[in-house]
Design a protein around this ligand. Structure first.
Ligand SMILES: CC(C)(COP(=O)(O)OP(=O)(O)OC[C@H]1O[C@@H](n2cnc3c(N)ncnc32)[C@H](O)[C@@H]1OP(=O)(O)O)[C@@H](O)C(=O)NCCC(=O)NCCS
Length: 197
């Protein structure tokens, strides 16, 4: 039987392996690279932060500002544009971009990381343009993260959500995310949710 140390070592190795992939989405692109519903045809592309053009970076930031800026401003955290912008250009930041033809419809920003001793896909941002919301694109992008977690044998998908963002809370609960064991109980502004893979 494997010891705790061996198990921990395996989790680290799995994270390393996931991080070594030039494009970690390639292995699931055939199944998840396209999302179609009714007349909507969405293509999903992977980009590391290094591969993001300035325009794409700007669109990601502006969409986050438009979509969740008001929720940040309404709680004690406040909107901190510099912090958000910095995170998006960090070397660990990975993106899946959902496109409708030439138009950007939404994205998810994530990283593969050890989190309190667990191997996880950490979802930092999930943002869908307003005219593309409620069409299943957000769910598809979360399923992409879950599938990558499965492929690289990671234990969980983890995310942070603002407690005043009712729509997002409902969305994640519907996808069977629940309060994570690391959630700070004395924090009224945000909550940590996760799903076991
Ligand atoms: C929250 C968010 C990411 C969800 O993404 P989305 O693509 O709109 O989500 P989906 O379409 O997969 O599901 C949303 C809802 O639409 C419904 N839906 C999905 N496909 C549908 C369809 N074809 N027709 C009608 N309704 C549909 C789902 O039942 C779901 O209901 P719910 O609100 O009770 O969860 C997105 O709305 C968003 O970007 N919101 C603003 C930013 C934000 O809050 N981001 C999360 C930060 S943590």
């Amino acid at each position: 039987m494997a010891t705790d140390r061996e198990i921990a070592g395996n989790h680290h190795k799995n994270i390393e392996k996931a991080n070594q992939q030039k494009n970690p989405f390639t292995s699931i692109a055939e199944e998840y690279g396209k999302y179609e519903r009714d007349d909507l045809k969405i293509d999903v592309f992977y980009k590391s932060s290094k591969e993001m053009s300035k325009d794409l970076q700007k669109w990601c930031f502006k969409l986050a500002e438009k979509n969740v800026g008001p929720y940040y401003k309404a709680c004690s955290l406040g909107w901190q544009p510099k912090v958000k912008q910095n995170d998006m250009t960090k070397s660990w930041a990975k993106f899946l971009i959902a496109k409708h033809g030439k138009e950007n419809a939404g994205y998810v920003m994530f990283r593969f990381d050890m989190d309190y001793g667990r191997s996880v896909v950490y979802c930092y941002e999930l943002q869908i343009e307003q005219n593309y919301q409620n069409k299943g694109i957000g769910e598809h992008l979360m399923k992409c993260l879950e599938k990558m977690a499965k492929i690289y044998q990671l234990e969980r998908v983890v995310l942070t959500v603002l407690c005043n963002n009712d729509g997002a809370l409902r969305f994640y609960k519907r996808l069977e995310y629940s309060i994570d064991e690391t959630n700070p109980s004395d924090e009224p502004s945000y909550a940590i949710y996760s799903k076991e893979i």
